[in-house]
Design a protein around this ligand. Structure first.
Ligand code: SAH
Length: 210
């Protein structure tokens, strides 16, 4: 079966699971998830599941990618620049790069960042900048952001990420160690509003770089 047909089937599955934003669904339909995985895993690329990418990390489940991206785009304000924490395979990076003007992506494992940059380069997605750093601190030089997304789960919300959002900007990330929940935060003039979006299982947000 061609990857296009399997991607279409994945999109049907995401619609059944409640994803409705056509921008997100259309993007998942075109991004070749199999290119972000090792050959040994590639046959499973279009299953709605997280899969290993080495170094103890995983490519996020497509439903999770869709849910987080959809929530960011539901903002009343235009979403132009996005900070991504946890480049990992680069799959979520590619999805974002087709939906916004500029993506800034940070990763703490050098080998993963390098591999993701190669795939993103091959796909000629030129609106992405990468950095090797600890995402707890955001990317101050590029702030403020319209949106921030994290695929790694800290024990508590890093206040610095709220600081680096524009007022009205949105942050979506898992919070918690053993039990995690996916939260959406919207920055207001004097703080933020939070919404719990789902129960999830992400890798932990670690400190420092490797
Ligand atoms: N969206 C990615 C998710 C990869 S898993 C994908 O679908 O492939 C989460 C990633 O976050 C891992 O690559 C992990 O190394 C990275 N990570 C964990 N803690 C981090 C931190 N403090 N700063 C930056 N990246 C971090």
């Amino acid at each position: 079966m061609t990857s296009q047909r399997t991607r279409n089937r994945l999109v049907d599955r995401l619609i059944e699971k409640g994803i409705s934003d056509p921008r997100v669904l259309d993007t998942i339909k075109v991004v070749p998830r199999h290119l972000f995985l090792d050959e040994a895993m590639a046959t499973r690329s279009y299953e709605d599941t997280a899969l290993p990418i080495g170094y103890g990390q995983t490519i996020s489940q497509p439903w999770v990618v869709a849910k987080m991206t959809q929530w960011l785009l539901q903002s009343d304000r235009p979403v132009r620049n996005v900070l991504e924490i946890g480049t990992g395979s680069g799959y979520q990076t590619a999805i974002l790069s087709l939906l916004v003007d500029k993506v800034y992506s940070v990763e703490r494992i050098e080998a993963l960042s390098q591999r993701a940059q190669q795939v993103i380069g091959k796909l000629e997605l030129s609106n992405v900048e990468f950095s090797m750093s600890d995402g707890h601190w955001g990317w101050p030089a590029k702030a403020p952001f319209d949106a921030i997304i994290s695929a790694a789960s800290p024990a508590e919300l890093p206040q610095e990420l709220i600081n680096q959002l524009k007022v009205g900007g949105r942050l979506v990330m898992p919070i918690g160690e053993h039990e995690q929940k996916l939260y959406g935060f919207e920055k207001t003039l004097n703080g933020y509003k939070e919404t719990c979006l789902a129960e999830v299982m992400f890798v932990p947000m670690k400190t420092g770089v490797e």
